[in-house]
Design a protein around this ligand. Structure first.
Ligand code: UD1
Length: 336
């Protein structure tokens, strides 16, 4: 049984990935500092899979703690989610973001090198493409200057990993996620935004449940069919499964290059108004919303060309937008 370390394994995408790993028979070790997650997620994962993952409350900025962990546990592969991810906060606190996201990554890679743990999956983001010149976006689209320190940590992270694969036995895959949404069908785990949600779907579900008065639709003058911005919304369970096939590719030595990049999305773009319409349809709830100005830093449209992931990983998003929105709604109702 392969032993996989999942950093940030109690977070939104991390927790769903832990469930899928356990379902596939992997033994899972979670490192999480609970900075943007809660410990009860561990029990929820256990309730879903009937297997308790090993948990370590470690801050990856603590190099000694990371060293001790790798000294004491023999790991076959690492899936690295642990990072701060609030775009706005990263603009306010760039040093916090660079320290947290970059130091942590370096500490993990250093110990992987020492311990000859050679299989690494990195959580990257479609934010590296900025506003791409061509849609859908392939992995060959140029990387645009980052709009935020958060986005920059993803670009720099990929470069650090790529450089490390050149001088060591490390094999790595960066998964560039489009917009992850939804929750596990059990409604035991999901997205847990702290304070006012920045992302669209948590804002939608909190508005529908009455925590927020009204959803602001940021921008209705985009050059899109209905004037609102377009994104590729992918069910978090489909996204989680991409990590499993990527890890299996590394463990079986099936990769073509020591550093590979895959877009992980559905391949389909939806506007903000289409999201509202679908949400209202599947939940039967009327959503209170208002069209307001664009949000600074937002792009017009992004959706993935997933041909490469489909072909090379044998992976394809299977769950629909309606299923994703319904699962997010079921999850929200457990929180209220
Ligand atoms: C955002 C981040 C991105 C990050 C991703 C993680 C920014 C600029 N980008 O992407 O770097 O990787 O989250 O999931 O923050 N919207 C509204 N009203 C709201 C919230 C959002 O209309 O209250 C709109 C946005 O303008 C956008 C769409 O909904 O068009 C999706 O927004 P969001 O969920 O924040 O994701 P991104 O901005 O695509």
């Amino acid at each position: 049984m392969h032993k996989i370390l999942v950093t940030g394994g109690l977070g939104f995408i991390g927790s769903h990935t832990v469930v899928e790993l356990q379902n596939e028979g992997f033994e899972v070790f979670i490192i999480d500092d609970l900075s943007n997650s809660t410990i009860d997620v561990l029990d929820k994962i256990t309730a879903i899979t009937h297997k308790k993952p090993s948990f370590f409350n470690i801050d990856l900025k603590d190099k000694i703690a990371v060293t001790t962990f790798f000294n004491e546990h023999k790991i076959d592969g690492v899936i690295h989610f642990a990072a701060s991810k609030a775009v706005g906060e990263s603009v306010e606190k760039p040093l916090k973001y660079y320290e947290n996201n970059i130091d942590s990554l370096i500490h993990v890679l250093q110990q992987m090198k020492v311990r000859k743990v050679n299989n690494f999956i990195f959580s990257s983001s479609c934010t590296v493409y900025g506003q791409a010149d061509e849609l859908p976006i392939t992995e060959n689209a140029p990387i645009k200057p980052a709009e935020s320190p958060y986005g920059n940590t993803k670009q720099i992270g990929e470069e650090i990993i790529k450089d490390t694969t050149k001088i060591s036995e490390l094999k790595a895959i960066a998964l560039r996620y489009f917009n992850p949404i939804g929750a596990h069908k059990s409604a035991k785990i999901g997205e847990l935004p702290i304070g006012i949600p920045q992302n669209l779907i948590p804002y939608v579900t909190q508005t529908a449940v009455g925590i927020r008065k009204e959803l602001s639709v940021f921008g209705s003058d985009y050059p899109t069919p209905d004037g609102t911005a377009i994104r590729d919304y992918i069910h978090v369970v489909d996204l989680a499964k991409a990590h499993i096939v990527a890890m299996q590719r590394l463990l079986k030595n099936n990769q073509k290059k020591s550093f590979e990049v895959f877009n992980i999305g559905t391949g389909k773009g939806n506007s903000v108004l289409e999201i509202i319409e679908s949400f209202e349809k599947v939940t039967g709830k009327k959503l209170n919303y208002r069209l307001v100005d664009r949000r600074e830093g937002d792009i017009t449209a992004a959706y993935a060309d997933t041909t490469y992931a489909n072909k090379e990983l044998g992976w394809k998003a299977k769950l629909s937008l309606d299923e994703a929105l319904l699962s997010a709604w079921k999850w929200q109702k457990t929180l209220k």
